[in-house]
Design a protein around this ligand. Structure first.
Ligand code: ATP
Ligand code: MG
Length: 235
């Protein structure tokens, strides 16, 4: 379980997260909300890019905010960004390999090949990452998040600028993460169809506040949620 409790983040006069609490208990949970709602800020707090003024984020009895940001990956935290972080001059294989700690010999190679196989990039392993298209870069991001015993994986708009078919494949992969690695996953996306399909519970943010949280279908039918989205997109 991922327990976000009373998290507040202010940037000058902007309250990006306002005493936010939510307990995520499902393998794959969604975070949605209009532009500027605070979704990425939540991921930034959990990963350590942004310091919260108040609150805690616990998983498995560990307060993540008390771990130094650079040690959170070692603990098992993984994330993707709104723009993929791929090293162009490395092979696809090496992009995934660098996510692993040193010293596990052949096991590390096998693990990297296993996840590349899972995401469908095994035959591209030795190619330069510069040759990948947007979808393949997104798949590489997923592979990077899956190696090295992750506990918590966060994807920030993984479906952005993908086709309907590509988004479908991506969703199927995200659904396999828990069974393959044991990690819990948080997904931010503006694609409500993707969220509805892969997230059994969803948090809705607006102006840094939780306006709804619970089973995704119930949340998407909530009048407050529909009002928050009015004029921006269809729910
Ligand atoms: N580093 C920062 N410095 C100042 N203000 C920031 C910073 N990061 C975010 N904000 C502000 O905090 C608020 C929440 O931003 P955030 O990026 O979390 O929104 P979001 O829900 O991810 O939006 P989007 O859907 O557009 O990605 C916005 O008002 C934003 O301008
Ligand atoms: Mg964002």
């Amino acid at each position: 379980m991922l327990d976000v409790r009373d998290v507040t983040v202010r940037f000058g006069g902007v309250v990006a997260l306002d005493s936010l609490s939510a307990q995520f208990t499902h393998p794959v949970s969604g975070v949605i909300g209009p532009n500027g709602a605070g979704k990425t800020t939540l991921m930034n707090v959990i990963s350590g890019f942004v310091a919260a003024q108040t609150g805690s984020v616990q998983q498995d009895g560990q307060n993540l905010l008390s771990i130094a940001p650079h040690r959170r990956a070692h603990w098992g935290l993984r994330r993707s960004f709104q723009k993929e972080e791929i090293a162009e001059d490395l092979s696809v294989f090496d992009n995934v390999l660098v996510q692993l700690d040193h010293g596990r010999g052949k096991g590390r190679m096998d693990e990297v090949m296993h996840v590349l196989d899972l995401v469908g990039l095994a035959d591209r392993a030795q190619q330069s990452a510069a040759t990948l298209n947007t979808f393949e870069r997104r798949l590489t991001d997923i592979a990077k998040c899956m190696v090295g015993s992750p506990r918590l994986i966060m994807f920030d708009e993984p479906g952005g600028s993908l086709s309907v078919e590509e988004t479908h494949t991506l969703g199927e992969l995200i659904l396999r993460i828990h069974a393959e690695t044991g990690a819990q996953t948080l997904v931010i996306d503006h694609d409500v169809d993707l969220i509805r399909r892969i997230c059994s519970e969803t948090l809705v943010l607006d102006f840094g506040k939780r306006i709804a949280f619970g089973p995704t279908d119930e949340v998407l039918n909530d009048a407050k949620v529909k009002a928050a989205y009015l004029g921006t997109e269809e729910v």
